[in-house]
Design a protein around this ligand. Structure first.
Ligand code: 13P
Length: 253
């Protein structure tokens, strides 16, 4: 059984005060959510305060990015994964399409970040997903396969339980245009097959694959009812405690 994961990516939103306010509002609303792991990813500057204020709750905290470098050193503006651990984060989002698109992150950088994160004791939520043009050209699977193999090569069997994959079609992010449950299921099943080829059937069966892209309280149930959808990576609808709590407390439909 794969335990579902519902993660909120707060992107570059909220001051420290606003982050704490949302996190504290969320806490009682998801306190009984034992059916899934609940994760929020605030901006770096808010991580420590949010972790401290959530102490004792079932909400875990993620960074939204990390350095390719494992050790401290002369890397201005970077944050090493062990520094995320140091402030109490347990997860890190890596290779989000916004970073690939706007900050030129390559599969090689993504792979180095994934390896750095895992070796520092974090669980990596690695994002993959095609653009609208790529989907229209019929290359969506090839693109996603390239991102998967590029980002996840060189991992040992024991690393694999520290990997979560998030399928986020770029055309569905922030657009209100969700992939249909069937479209998402098709790609998730494909991702699991690619993972089985690259690693093992058992590892592929255990892999959690999250869907991201305009997930809302009213569509999460149908998405979660799909066999290979093991959770959601939520942007806009995670910024408000009540809508994110409704997503966490989804009922399959
Ligand atoms: P939206 O839910 O706002 O479409 O964002 C998805 C996303 O990018 C999560 O990482």
């Amino acid at each position: 059984m794969r335990k579902p994961v519902i993660a909120g990516n707060w992107k570059m939103y909220k001051t420290v005060g606003e982050s704490v306010q949302t996190a504290l509002a969320l806490k009682p609303l998801v306190a009984n959510a034992n059916h899934c792991e609940v994760i929020i990813a605030p901006v770096f500057t808010a991580l420590k305060t949010v972790v401290d204020r959530l102490d004792g709750s079932n909400i875990k905290v993620a960074g939204q990015n990390c350095s390719t470098e494992v050790e401290e050193g002369a890397h201005t503006g970077e944050i090493a994964p062990f520094m995320l651990r140091d402030v109490g984060a347990a997860y890190v989002i890596i290779g989000h399409s916004e970073r690939r698109q706007h900050y030129s992150e390559t599969d090689t950088m993504v792979r180095r970040k994934v390896q750095a994160a895992i070796s520092s004791g974090l669980t990596a939520i690695m994002c993959v997903g095609e653009s609208l043009g790529q989907r229209d050209q019929g290359t969506a699977e090839a693109v996603v396969k390239g991102q998967l193999t590029g980002g996840l090569s060189g991992l040992t069997a024991s690393d694999l339980d520290r990997i979560i994959v998030a399928y986020e079609p770029v055309w569905a992010i922030g657009t209100g245009r969700t992939a249909t449950p069937e479209q998402a299921q098709e790609m998730h099943a494909f991702i699991r097959r690619v993972f089985a080829e690259g690693h093992s059937r058992d590892a592929a069966q255990a892999l959690r694959i999250l869907y991201g892209g305009s997930v809302k309280p009213d569509n999460v149930g149908a998405l979660m009812a799909q066999e290979d959808i093991d959770g959601a990576l939520v942007g806009g609808a995670s910024l408000k405690a009540d809508s994110f709590a409704q997503i966490v407390n989804y009922r399959e439909s």
